[in-house]
Write a protein that binds this ligand. Structure first.
Ligand code: COI
Length: 366
């Protein structure tokens, strides 16, 4: 079912960024936002599109203290014919439901999410960027919002969606993938079995900042996480899933430990590789196996995948202060091929041979 929501238009439209090639990641937000409330006994109610503005929040609101919150990351793309489309949004809705269950947050029905996103994009369609490598980042989030210091699930929640025209997360230039340096983190951990690693919650990211900051000491953009139990198996890269192309096999960490975020881009990469007849395996991979492959020349490529990061090649791993260059240290051919088809499908420049796109009833004028 498609919901219609009331719209209050801004009286003070912002100045839009003029150079789409220097958008960066979420440095600009659009003119409107979507907001909806939840109350126990009433359910989700009063969805509305309103001018983008700071939200008043009581200093004693439970989310500020106990972090009962969750978020999603999605993108909208502008097709060459001017129509705006989403990419596999049903998977975001399903992941939201799993996160909500883990965080004891009331589930937000898929049709509310999709109607909210469409209503907001309709209002701010003229913010859609079109330069190569850009898209509209969509950030839906929900938080417990009541005055309470009891460490218990809230009874009132706020759901908000905001939009940001953006370029790439890791600062890749718009026409060419560039490779990043990554620090292999063997002190801190991101997620343990039974924790919230599979869920999209702020705490996973807040808890990772110490490690990402330390990675900068080694001139690295982010970290490669190892498993919590043995500090032996590779898990994720920064805020992304990780793929290792060794010999003729592309390997990524399996989801069964509950410590890996089930990325929609991750799933799309796996499906594309299978479709192309490239062997892809979800299995545990030790950092020792990665080092051995680097040394014997069978480590062809490493790349990260994520909604924000899309496909981000890794040119060098730093392990305990020592650099291990991956092949020639540049973006590899497989990462480039995946990026070409994935971003091509997302933007309608490559025919959607996977059936992944979700066109909206929204068009932008040239
Ligand atoms: C995304 O890729 O959408 C994320 O939520 C990661 C975030 C750190 C930008």
């Amino acid at each position: 079912m498609k919901y219609q929501f009331p719209v209050t238009r801004t009286q003070n439209p912002k100045t839009k960024p003029t150079d789409e090639n220097t958008l960066g990641f979420c440095n600009h937000f659009t003119d409107h936002m979507f907001i909806m409330d939840y109350d126990e006994g009433q359910g989700w109610h009063d969805g509305r599109v309103v001018p983008y503005a700071p939200i008043p929040i009581d200093p004693a609101s439970c989310v500020l203290h106990y972090a009962q919150m969750m978020f999603e990351g999605m993108k909208a793309y502008r097709r060459p014919d001017g129509r705006i489309q989403l990419f596999r949004p049903g998977m975001n809705a399903k992941r939201m439901a799993r996160t909500a269950e883990r965080m004891v947050i009331p589930e937000l029905p898929e049709d509310i999410l999709l109607s909210a996103v469409e209503a907001l994009i309709k209002e701010d369609a003229d913010w859609m960027p079109k330069a190569e490598g850009t898209s509209m980042y969509i950030r839906p989030f929900i938080f417990g919002n009541e005055i309470s210091f009891s460490a218990l699930p809230a009874q009132h929640y706020t759901f908000i969606v905001i939009l940001a025209p953006c370029g790439s997360y890791y600062g890749t230039s718009s026409d060419k993938l560039s490779a990043s340096r990554i620090y292999v983190q063997d002190t801190y951990i991101r997620a343990a079995k039974g924790g919230t690693g599979f869920a999209k919650v702020g705490g996973n990211y807040g808890g990772a900042m110490r490690a990402s900051k330390d990675a900068k000491k080694y001139n690295c953009k982010d970290v490669l996480w190892l498993d919590a139990a043995e500090h032996k198996y590779v898990e994720e890269i920064g805020t992304c899933n990780a793929f290792f192309y060794i010999n003729d096999e592309v390997i990524t960490a399996p989801l069964d430990s509950g410590t890996i975020l089930p990325g929609i881009t991750r799933d799309s990469v796996i499906q594309l590789l299978k479709r192309w007849g490239i062997k892809v395996t979800e299995r545990k991979l030790s950092i020792d196996e990665v080092i051995a492959a680097q040394k014997n020349g069978t480590l062809n490529e490493i790349f990260a995948s994520g909604t924000a990061a899309v496909i981000s090649p890794i040119g060098c791993l730093n392990i305990k202060g020592e650099d291990y260059q991956i092949a020639d240290g540049e973006a590899g051919p497989l990462a480039n091929r995946i990026y070409h088809d994935l971003y091509g499908i997302q933007t309608g420049k490559v025919e959607d041979y996977m059936g992944w796109t979700y066109p909206l009833d929204v068009f932008v004028k040239e």
